[in-house]
Design a protein around this ligand. Structure first.
Ligand code: 4AD
Ligand code: MG
Length: 457
């Protein structure tokens, strides 16, 4: 269909006085004695286009006045009565699709919780239009950052035989029919599609390391899957994961890269999504823009885990989980550190090796690893990061301590045998990042079709 985007009609000054056709969905309808007003959205811009219908010149099909109806409007582009933009004086309004009154998205404010029950329709609201436009702009900016800095984009496998995080949170991939009998677990998997146990990848890191030890700088941007039974506002069973891997980088180098990348992407969102960010600032998180401007213009904090534990032990806060050196930090601890102590993003570094993954570089103290989590206000951890253990013997002993099946990691070990180099990488949870920049406080509201325990709508 020949037509223009609403974005174009609103912004292209050369269209003033011209005839234009737009297509979209009716968001609101208002009526007075002489004119009717339709607000039409097509998703190409946060603002909607006001269509003015002169009742003496045009008789409007009443179906076109219903919220949610799809229409095709031709008219003259004129300067808007109010504000900067343009509006359309209708010459013809054609109905494309009726929208009966059961349409669940009506003008009265609906809750985010209700909208979660209609994931196929909620994108037609202001909030979700804004979230997903920001999400798209952020994804483009991430690719741009890495491309401009000569990183190569790698697509690592989604089906895998090795569990990167070793936390036993893999979904299994199988084609075995229901009730199949096997004498042992080994035999069961031998008869399965791949002839061995397979699952959905929790992280592309191990394959990312393979690529980084050839290209030096790579990144992945794809889905990761975690069968963790955490029904929280920041966990999904399927999330998008950005994982750069950099050869010849030690922990301080990768921290610098993570900070620079985040600032680059936040700046891009502020610049490219002004209307959406104004909306979030006004209706979702007051002061959001100022917070983000402060983030891009200041240094992130860095705090040693041991020091963080001391701070938390002295904290004047009633934590549900007690804190001792050696414990994993809970969300409440993470939030306290970043919200109450540092009041900005903070890298907590050098965690106890027992609570972290096998691949992390062991520090000379014998107790900690060169790992860091980036914590941000409102969410807690958004990045998991580490320097990788490059020493074959140390890596093998860490794997043995964890009773890992060495045969599944032979290729990974080879990277330490053939020209091993110091290297580091991190994983950024894309949905958590989108939550951070939009101020949305439930991960299910920044994901098209969120998957979590008991939920695959
Ligand atoms: O801290 P994680 O588990 O680290 C890794 O997977 C490393 N292999 C990354 C690397 O070094 N290449 O996960 C990284 C990030 C977390 O900080 C979080 O933002 C996100 O992934 N994440 C989740 N996001 C949503 N739902 C979940 N269930 C998530 N689990 C992790
Ligand atoms: Mg982590």
């Amino acid at each position: 269909m020949k037509h223009l985007d609403v974005y174009q009609v609103l912004n292209d000054k050369s269209l003033l006085g011209q005839t234009a056709t737009v297509c979209g969905w009716v968001r609101t309808f208002r009526d007075s004695s002489a004119v009717s007003f339709l607000e039409v959205a097509d998703g190409t811009s946060f603002s909607r286009l006001q269509v003015v219908v002169d009742k003496n010149a045009l008789s409007l099909d009443p179906e076109c006045a219903k919220t949610g109806a799809s229409v095709c409007v031709t008219g003259e582009v004129v300067k808007a009565f109010k504000g900067e933009g343009a509006e359309l004086n209708a010459k013809e309004v054609k109905l494309l699709g009726k929208c009966p009154p059961e349409y669940p998205i009506q003008k009265k404010r609906t809750t985010l919780e209700f909208l979660r029950s209609i994931p196929h329709l909620r994108l037609r609201t202001n909030t979700f239009t804004a979230v997903f436009r920001v999400r798209s702009v952020a994804a483009q900016a991430i690719h741009r950052y890495f491309h401009e800095n000569r990183y190569y984009y790698m697509n690592t496998p989604i089906i895998t035989a090795s569990d990167c995080e070793g936390a036993g949170e893999m979904f299994r991939v199988t084609t075995q029919p229901y009730g199949v009998k096997a004498a042992s677990e080994a035999e069961y998997y031998k008869n399965d599609f791949f002839g061995q146990k397979a699952g959905l990848s929790v992280s592309g890191q191990l394959e990312g390391e393979v690529a980084a030890t050839a290209f030096s700088k790579i990144y992945t941007f794809g889905p990761s899957f975690r069968a963790e039974n955490s029904n929280t506002t920041r966990h999904l069973a399927e999330f998008w994961h950005i994982e750069p891997e950099v050869a010849f980088a030690e922990l301080p180098d990768i921290i610098e890269i993570a900070e620079e990348m985040l600032k680059y992407v936040i700046r891009a969102v502020l610049e490219e999504c002004p209307e959406e960010m104004n909306f979030f600032d006004a209706f979702v998180e007051k002061g959001l823009k100022e917070k983000l401007l402060h983030v891009v213009n200041s240094e992130f904090a860095v705090c040693d885990y041991t020091e963080a534990v001391e701070i938390l032990k002295k904290a004047d806060a009633a934590f549900q989980y007690p804190v001792e050196w050696g414990c994993d930090l809970q969300t409440e601890h993470e939030k306290y550190l970043t919200e109450c102590v540092f009041k900005k993003p903070v890298f907590v570094t050098n965690y106890p090796k027992a609570i972290k993954s096998f691949y992390m570089k062991q520090n000379p103290d014998g107790k900690t690893v060169a790992a860091t989590d980036l914590l941000v206000p409102g969410i807690g951890e958004i990045i998991g990061c580490s320097e990788r253990e490059a020493d074959l013997d140390k890596l093998v002993s860490a794997m043995k301590e964890r009773n890992m099946d060495m045969s599944a990691y032979q290729q990974y070990l080879d990277l330490r045998l053939f020209g091993s180099v110091p290297h580091s990488g991190f994983g950024l949870g894309f949905e958590r990042f989108v939550m951070y920049v939009t101020g949305m406080d439930n991960i299910r509201d920044v994901t098209l079709f969120p998957r979590s325990v008991n939920n695959i709508m």
